[in-house]
Design a protein around this ligand. Structure first.
Ligand code: NAI
Length: 338
């Protein structure tokens, strides 16, 4: 058996890098927080995505191990690891898509807002890096509380003069993934056949499933509506409690994030009719940010769709959602403006 010398193996890495640089089809994607619970599974899933030519894995701990591990998968994306603040700029330079699952997750008894103190600072630092090194990248922000971290990133980009509202998307896909699963269970359908718009934001009552717009068209009893709305709103807490101190959703979240990132990459490639829900800069309500269906194209979220007709139950839900959202958005904005 022939063993590779250090020189041989580093020249192989060089060759792979050249291949990646030499315009191999695909996009350059960075994951910030890649060694975490979501980050590791998401790194695996993005390494499997044929639209990715280069995958940068950044974290403040453990990236060498995750990078070595994921890089052995025989898919085309070239994987590089970056460890610690000193390497953030190298991790970000040249990226088309930046996915951010960095930060602390919830423990039982915590709300997403309880994470604000720690995660706000992390998102600020990472957003400053993006503004400096890849201001044109599409950003998928996962770190909670999304209702506040998206406004934080927007303020950082505005300060830097790089803000493009179409390029900043708060990831609410897990709410949609859960909604499809729970609704399909009630209807006795395959979740893949079901479409459920989930609008508002990503925390408690701000998560507003529009069950009157479920496709295929169907009707629910008032008890089913109550059950489904609560279960979708409390889906995250259901996982936090089941994990009993070991964190929040990571596997289903990585799945949802990979699905959402794939939609963004297909949009960037120019595919038509890519429509997903996301928390974005919005004029759909009087609030500056709101989650609703958006059409993703070469420039990011190119079109933000209106909510469509709501029934009385949903109108009451919308009022509640907007009250809480207004505070969470303001909290994010003041964190940067203070
Ligand atoms: P985790 O604690 O397992 O991983 C977080 C990772 O971020 C760690 O590896 C940590 O070293 C890293 N990190 C910390 N500071 C960093 C920095 N300054 N730069 C780069 N990386 C840094 O947490 P988990 O479970 O992966 O969750 C991550 C975040 O995602 C949490 O804020 C959580 O609340 C959020 N989340 C969002 C969901 C959504 O639907 N948007 C759903 C589930 C979780």
């Amino acid at each position: 058996q022939k063993f590779q010398s250090m020189e041989e193996s580093s020249s192989l890495v060089e060759r792979a890098n050249c291949r990646a640089k030499g315009g191999a089809p695909g996009f350059k994607v960075a994951i910030l927080g890649a060694a975490g619970g979501i980050g590791q599974s998401l790194s695996l899933l993005m390494k499997m995505n044929p639209l990715v030519s280069v995958l940068h894995l950044y974290d403040v701990v453990n990236t060498p191990g995750v990078t070595a591990d994921v890089s052995h998968m025989d898919t085309s994306a070239v994987v590089r690891g970056f460890l610690g603040a000193k390497e953030l700029e190298n991790a970000l330079t040249g990226m088309d898509l930046v996915i951010i699952p960095a930060g602390v997750p919830r423990k039982p008894g915590m709300t997403r807002d309880d994470l604000f103190k720690i995660n706000a600072g992390i998102v600020k630092t990472l957003s400053e890096g993006i503004a400096k090194c890849c201001p044109n990248a599409v950003v998928n922000l996962i770190s909670n509380p999304v209702n506040s971290t998206v406004p934080i990133a927007a303020e950082v980009f505005k300060k830097a003069g790089t803000y493009d509202p179409k390029k900043l998307l708060g990831v609410t896909m897990l709410d949609v993934v859960r909604a499809k699963t729970f609704v399909a269970e009630v209807l006795g359908l395959d979740p893949r056949e079901v479409d459920v718009p989930v609008v508002g934001g990503h925390a408690g009552v701000t998560i507003l499933p529009l069950l009157s717009q479920v496709k295929p068209a169907c009707s629910f009893t008032p008890e089913e509506i109550e059950y489904l709305t609560k279960r979708i709103q409390d889906g995250g807490t259901e996982v936090v409690q089941a994990k009993a101190g070991a964190g929040s959703a990571t596997l289903s979240m990585a799945f949802a994030a990979a699905k959402f990132a794939d939609a963004c990459l297909r949009g960037l490639r120019g595919d038509a009719n890519i429509v997903e829900c996301a928390f974005v800069d919005s004029q759909v309500t009087e609030l500056p940010f709101f989650a609703s269906k958006v059409r993703i194209g070469r420039n990011g979220a190119e079109e933000v769709y209106q909510l469509g007709p709501l029934n009385e139950y949903e109108r009451v839900g919308l009022d509640k959602a907007k009250k809480e959202l207004a505070d969470s958005i303001q909290k994010g904005v003041s964190f940067i403006r203070k």
